[in-house]
Design a protein around this ligand. Structure first.
Ligand code: AMP
Length: 209
């Protein structure tokens, strides 16, 4: 099964993807996670991507499409993927269609996790991430990761100004994908402003799991 997770930053795409990985063993590809690792490792991609990410802007399409073209051909994707944070523009969505059709793997669904923007600003300013394993938590969980004991930190782009810019970028560049996938008959909208387990129950139901 090949799935695109759509939704504004902080809607809960990563949280839902982690649940699908844990329960269903699906292969999770997050372009944000790949880019953050590239920035940390100071690879040529990371060096180019950093300034866009720090400002909350999108990394240029050609860099992301090259990255995904390579990633999606790796063997762990053969049984299906959950794409989290990709595509984020119509150009990327069209490129994804070509990549999947070249691999003869159709897209099964585009799940939109729908959350009000003001809820997102509040959520993201208290979001914390584990430096070691990438688990997602909140400031209230304390400084240590509940999964691996690693150090929890606040992402550079989770400050309020950058979050507001990321939401504007989402509205302008990414929200047109809702119509794109509706037009392909693949769109499923899920109310993301609820407890993550309730959202997950809907995610599974919509995927027939
Ligand atoms: P995320 O973890 O998905 O919120 O992504 C963090 C940042 O990485 C975004 O604000 C963008 O700067 C960059 N990024 C991630 N995925 C993409 C993408 N598909 N296209 C362009 N930029 C991306």
């Amino acid at each position: 099964m090949n799935i695109v997770l759509l939704g504004a930053p902080g809607a809960g795409k990563g949280t839902q993807a982690a649940k699908l990985v844990a329960e269903e063993g699906m292969c999770h590809i997050s372009t944000g996670d790949i880019l953050r690792q590239a920035v940390k490792d100071q690879t040529p991609l990371g060096i180019k991507a950093k300034e866009y990410m720090d400002a909350g802007d999108l990394v240029p399409d050609e860099l992301i499409i090259d990255l995904m073209r390579e990633r999606i051909q790796q063997p762990d994707t053969a049984k299906g993927v959950i794409l989290d944070g990709f595509p984020r523009t119509t150009t990327q969505a069209v490129a994804l269609d070509t990549m999947l059709s070249n691999l003869d793997r159709p897209l099964d669904a585009a799940l939109l996790i729908d959350v009000d923007p003001e809820v997102i600003v509040k959520r993201l300013s208290s979001r914390r991430m584990c430096k070691a394993c990438g688990a997602i938590g909140t400031a209230a969980d304390g400084p240590t990761c509940a999964s691996c004991g690693g150090e929890m930190y606040q992402r550079d782009d989770d400050n309020e100004d950058t979050v507001r810019n990321r939401l504007e970028v989402y509205e302008t560049s990414t929200s047109p994908l809702v119509d794109y996938y509706r037009g392909c008959n693949l769109l499923v909208t899920i109310d993301g402003d609820r407890d993550p387990d309730e959202v997950y129950a809907d995610v599974k139901r919509s995927l027939g799991m």
